[in-house]
Design a binder for this molecule. Structure first.
Ligand code: UDP
Ligand code: MG
Length: 155
């Protein structure tokens, strides 16, 4: 069994504009991923320079930042077995036209940058991104009555 991990998700401005926040969150809830942090975040230039530093030299960087600042985004921290990889699976690949059917990006979007959602892609990035957007007191540990069905008796 993989470790229990935390991972960061951002629901992008197109998800908010298109009334897809609930639909997207429901997919993670149904999987059994536990929401341990959730809030609106108004991204600014400095936050995006840090978050998308790996794309700074790309021609679409300025447009991507502008897009990400159009509305607040919904920041979420999900917890579960192998959560980093599981969330990426549910999200689908970056270009919605090559994402697998059944993933959020394939099912609800058609282009970049408006592919609805960001999700951490490695253990190192998940830790850095959770810390970037959430203070320790904004991450909650709590029991749900369904925990034993979702996580098994081992928890
Ligand atoms: N993006 C874009 N054009 C591209 C590649 C990426 O606008 O050709 C945007 C898109 O919104 C993507 C984000 O930049 O989600 C971050 O890119 P990354 O390669 O990290 O993809 P992700 O991890 O989001 O799948
Ligand atoms: Mg990425």
């Amino acid at each position: 069994m993989p470790d229990i991990q935390k991972t960061l998700v951002l629901l992008k401005p197109d998800a908010l504009q298109r009334d897809l926040l609930g639909e997207i969150i429901a997919r993670f809830e149904r999987k059994g991923l536990k929401i341990v942090g959730m809030k609106f975040i108004r991204l600014n230039d400095a936050m995006l320079d840090e978050h998308y530093a790996h794309l700074a030299d790309k021609p679409f960087f300025a447009g991507l930042k502008k897009f990400m600042m159009q509305t607040p985004v919904v920041g979420m921290v999900f917890e579960g077995f192998g959560a980093i990889e599981e969330v990426r699976k549910i999200v689908g690949s970056t270009n919605p036209l090559s994402a697998d059917a059944g993933t959020i990006r394939a099912d609800f979007s058609m282009a970049v940058p408006s592919n609805l959602i960001h999700a951490s892609d490695s253990v190192e990035n998940a830790q850095a991104e959770v810390n970037r957007f959430f203070a320790p007191e904004e991450i909650f540990q709590y029991e749900k009555i369904t925990d034993k069905f979702v996580f098994g008796e081992g928890i």
